[in-house]
Design a protein around this ligand. Sequence first.
Ligand code: NAP
Length: 482
Amino acid sequence: MVSRVIPVDPFDLIIFGSTGDLALRKILPALFRRFCAGQWPKDVQIIGAARAAYDRGAFHEIVAESLRRHAPYQCNDAKMLASFLQRVDYVPLDAQSDEGWAQLAAKLTTDRVRAFYFSVGPRLFGPLAEQIHAHNLATQQTRIVVEKPFGHDLESARSLNATLAAHFNEGQIYRIDHYLGKETVQNLMAVRFGNMLFEPLWNSQYVDHIQITVAESVGIDGREEYYDRAGAMRDMMQNHLMQLLCLIAMEPPAKFDPDAVRDEKLKVIRALDPVEPHHIVRGQFEGDGPGYREVVGNPRSKTESYVALKAHLSNWRWAGTPFYLRTGKRLVARSSVINVMFKDAPHSIFGADAGRHANVLSIRLQPNEGITLKVTIKEPGQGGMRLVDVPLDMSFAEALGSENQDPPDAYERLVMDVIRGNQTLFMRGDEVEAAWAWTDPIIAGWQARGDVPKPYDSGSTGPGDAELLMKRDGRRWQGINP
Ligand code: NAP
């Protein structure tokens, strides 16, 4: 099946921080792939901006090199690459001074969607919003895209929301969480709300517990300073894992529209109980090369590179069903997966020897995006009635057979949603604040107690205490499989 491309109207996209890692590795390759897929009309304009004094030609060289590396399949077509670059321009500009802004203003087109992508460090989000306003660049059709991290705590998130709100209305602000752009995450909603099969079972009566794992094999190279101030709780749990939890736990929205979906997600965050200190495990990697403290150059650092916790939702649907969430760096594999662990059948008619097996619905975000349902059948060829689990597997690369066999990257979907004006997969200001309101007391508790993270081996599944967190409840984590 070849996916349908819905063309968008002409637009101007301005990428602040266009020479940085995110722009070159993700945003520009995503735009190029959409261009190759035929999603844009001819007169689109992409304007890169950063302080470096490149001219258009020099910027083209940088972009072309990055596309060859990050969109190699599409770069085989030299004409396509040249045609894409014709639409790419560059302006040297400083977010913190007036330098370059008049030059940018002169390049912009009137009467079309104008999207400003803030792919710069978070301390520049506010100044950029102010400069856009001060130079009169905001039109009715203007949108801003704000990267993570959105604040460092509730107070800073509120303050950033207030700065943005002074110049833009909520309908113009796109707070990005690239996890929401992943094909599987959207499929999670399609599976839940497009089928009759799952929703009747999607509650504490039938679901024993839910596991959400976002494991990374990489460390924090290149982000040491930021990471040591943030830690896994702020960097991953408050945003990505929280968003996944929301999509799993929310009530069916009346419509798949931005406010209906985000209202339901907000209710989930607000229904979260405070987490008991003994329901959280923090860890710091060590061994096999430099340990966390060496990497960040802070021998006394108490920042966690791993966190696992048990969360409860106080609402009708989920009372009594725990959600176990974990995320960490330098783990055994890169693997993001949500496992919905159904309860055992109430009684085994096949006797104790046949074995008892509970259904598991696994939603894999990366790698190998797809959804698997583990069901129990009779073990083939055996005498008597022995039961085994077999997976009903839906791999998206196979099922949807895109031309290069990869599902679209999250940024492809999200950038096009910005142009189309669809905010469904972006976080609303009140959601972000509610997530910080839940996270802040947890972090404050660690600080008050002087909590020190438990060491864990690089290349392992995390600290042993995280296994105990499950074991105490008579449960265990599903494996972290690549
Ligand atoms: P980066 O590699 O450090 O790039 C920063 C960019 O901002 C550069 O182009 C830099 O160019 C520009 N810049 C810095 N100061 C500026 C100023 N005063 N005025 C205008 N431009 C300025 O950072 P990054 O990794 O791309 O990250 C960008 C944002 O995305 C951050 O908020 C980050 O948290 C977020 N993010 C990144 C990733 C990732 O994988 N990299 C993932 C998720 C979120 P000049 O120095 O030439 O000005």
